[in-house]
Design a protein around this ligand. Sequence first.
Ligand code: ADP
Length: 499
Amino acid sequence: MTLTRFVRRAYSLRLALILQVLVPLALLLAAATWVGMKALESSLEERLEEDVQLIARAIRLPVSHSLEREEEEAVRQALESVFTIGRVYGAYVYDRRGEQVAAVGAVKPSAAERNRLQALAEEGRDTGEYELIEGRQVYSYFIPLVDTGGRISGLLQVTRRQSDFADYVSGIQRQAGLAALLTTLIIGALVLVGHRTAIGRHMAQLSHSMAQVEAGNRGHRAREQGPRELRQLSGAYNQMLDSIQRAEQELLERQRREAELERALASSKRLAALGRLSAGVAHELGTPLSVIDGQSQRGLRDPDLSPPASKAFRRIRSEVDRMSQIVQQLLDFGRPSNGEWRMLTVRDLVQRVAHTQMESDRARGARIDWVPPAEDGLMVRGHPMRLEQALTNLVQNAIHAANGGCVRIRWGRVGDRVALWVEDDGPGVPEGDRARLFEPFFTTKPVGEGTGLGLAVVHGIAQEHGGDVRLLPDSELGGACFRLSLPAADEQQKDEGSS
Ligand code: ADP
C-alpha cells in the first residue's frame, strides 16, 4: 500500500465511522421508535375503545329504563349526556327489530343496516367493530338494552370516529420521530466531535507526516501522541522509516565499497601488467648498460687517452649510472619481494634510512629529524630491503620538496598498526595532483630528475606487507605529510623473531 493510499484511508475513517456507526445507530433508533409507536398505537386504540365501551355501559341503564317506559325524550337526553362524558361521535338507540328509536350525533346509520342491527340486538351481547358510516371510518360499540324483566328491548350504539385515534397517534408519532431525529443528531455530533478530539486530529497529524516523507523529507518523523494505539502506530511507522533509511545507507555504503574494490582491482591489474613490462625492460637494459659501463671504464684506463675523450668517457659513465638507477627503480617497481621476511625494529629501520640519506650528497643540506614514540621497540614483520626502499623513497621525496629545509620522521602505534609519518616543510602537494600521486610514471619533476615511480613503488611495497600509504591532508611542518602504515607484529611474532 502506498503512503497516499494510507493517507486516504486515514481520512476515510470518518466516513467509515459515519457509515458503520452512525447510520446503523440512526436505523436502530428509527426501528426502536417505530416499534414503540406501534405498541403505543395499539394500546391507545385499546384505551379509546375502552372509553367508548365505558360510556356505552354508563348510559345503558338510563336508556333501557326510558325505552321501557317509552319516554323518547328521556332516551334522547340520556344519549346527549354521552357528549358531556367524552369525545363521542354519535349515539343511537334501536328497538328489538332494528328500528331506530333515537339518534344523537353527526352521522346516522342507514336503514339498510336494520337487519344486521336486529341480529345484533337479538344476539344479546356486547360487540365492538370498525365500520364505514357514510364514507367515514368509525368505531361502533353495540350493547343490548334489557327491560326490567331481563328481556332484550333494544340496542344501544355509541360511535367514535377512527380519525380521532389516528390524529392523536400521528401527533405522538410526529413528536417521537422528532425526538429520535434530534437524539440521532446529538449522538452523531458527539461521536464526530469525540472522534475528532480523540483520533481525528492525531490521524491528521500522522497523515501530514506521511505526506512530508512522501514529498522527500526523509528525515521527518511522526510525533508519537494521542491514544495508545495511535502512539504505537506512529512509533511503528517511525521505526519503519528508520530501518528503511538504515537499509538505504547500507546499500549506498555497499555500492561505494564495491566501486572502490572494482577500482582497486582494475588498478592492481594495471599495475601488475605495468610491473611485468617494467621488469622485462629493466632486465633487457641491465646487460647492455653494464657492457657500456665496463667499456667506458676500460677506455678511461688507457694512458694515451686525450683529455676530451676522458671527459666524454666520464660523462658516459655518469649517464650510465643515472640509467642504472632508473633501471633499478623499474626493477623495484616490477619485482615482488620474494626474499626472506623477518622481524624488524622500526627504530632501526628509520635510523638506517635517515643516516644513509643524510650522508648522501642528495640530502642537499636538508635536516632530517626522527622522533621515537613513547612506546619504543615497535616491530613489523617484512622484507627488510623492500621496507627500507619504501621509507627511502618517501624521505627522498621529502628532501627534494624541503629543498634544504626540514624533514621529520615519526612513528607510533595506531590500533593494530605501526604508522610512519614522513613530513617536510616544502610547498606541499597541489590539490590537483593529489589523486594521481601514486600512479606509476606520474611526476612533476623536470626530465632527468624524476621517473614517477617512487610513490608507486612505496604503494606496491605497502600492499605486499598488508599495509597502505596515503598523503594526509595536513602537515605540522607546513609541507606534505605521508603516512605509511604496516601491521604491527604481535607478541607471538616478536618471540618467534627474537628466538
Ligand atoms: P618522482 O619523485 O620520481 O617524481 P614519485 O612517485 O616519488 O616520483 O613522486 C611523484 C610526484 O609526487 C612528484 O613528482 C611530486 O610532484 C610529488 N611529491 C612526492 N612527494 C612529495 C613531497 N614530499 N612534497 C611535494 N610533492 C611531492
